[in-house]
Design a protein around this ligand. Structure first.
Ligand SMILES: CC(C)(COP(=O)(O)OP(=O)(O)OC[C@H]1O[C@@H](n2cnc3c(N)ncnc32)[C@H](O)[C@@H]1OP(=O)(O)O)[C@@H](O)C(=O)NCCC(=O)NCCS
Length: 174
């Protein structure tokens, strides 16, 4: 496991195939059309543009009291981004449902933006369900603005996507 950064009790790592069971446990719980194991494997091993960052917490108050915080503390969230030349594309993000509104997604987004800016990205782009006001609030918190929509982009249930952009992206934040 390659440690990227420590932010308080949260450590952020680059995901490896060994992390997939924990990623999928969150993914399958959170999304109505979850990414498959094969899809995550392709991101980790087969996509040169892709980075998946995972967050693990050493704070026993954040996780189940009986959890053994041994060598590998439990995963609390992850993000998948593509750094494609000047674009940083946000592909997927989820935080354990029991641990939301504690700044975990913010730490994952910050690390992704730092990585994107470090590789020359100048704008951040993403799609989000029109009804997903919580995720939209997160992105607006980071300065993303809506610039359009894409009809019937999502299935299960069918729904339009709101298109959001952050430009320019800078790190550290002003
Ligand atoms: C969206 C999600 C990743 C946010 O994770 P999180 O760790 O709870 O987010 P943070 O604690 O870092 O929140 C940062 C900011 O986002 C906004 N925000 C987050 N959750 C919010 C909520 N429930 N209501 C209103 N604003 C919210 C706030 O501005 C918050 O800052 P504040 O707490 O100082 O007010 C999480 O809710 C999640 O996993 N949702 C399901 C998966 C999903 O929808 N992914 C996005 C797909 S596009």
């Amino acid at each position: 496991m390659k440690l990227e950064i420590e932010l308080g009790d949260i450590s952020i790592f680059q995901a490896t195939l060994d992390d997939l069971d924990e990623i999928l446990a969150i993914e399958n719980h959170v999304f109505s059309t979850p990414w498959s194991r094969k899809a995550f494997e392709a991101e980790i091993n087969g996509n040169e543009f892709s980075s998946i960052f995972i967050a693990r917490s050493r704070d026993s108050s954040r996780v189940c009291p009986s959890t053994d915080l041994g060598a590998t503390p439990p995963m609390v969230g992850y993000i998948c981004v593509w750094i494609v030349f000047e674009e940083l594309r946000f592909m997927n993000i989820a935080v354990d449902a029991k641990l939301r509104r504690q700044g975990i997604a913010s730490k994952l987004l910050s690390r992704s933006i730092e990585a994107g800016v470090g590789q020359g990205a100048q704008r951040g782009l993403l799609e989000v369900r029109k009804s997903n006001h919580v995720a939209q609030a997160l992105y607006m918190h980071f300065g993303f603005q809506s610039y359009g929509s894409r009809r019937q982009y999502y299935t299960n249930p069918n729904e339009d996507a709101m298109l959001m952009a952050l430009e320019p992206i800078v790190f550290p934040f002003r």
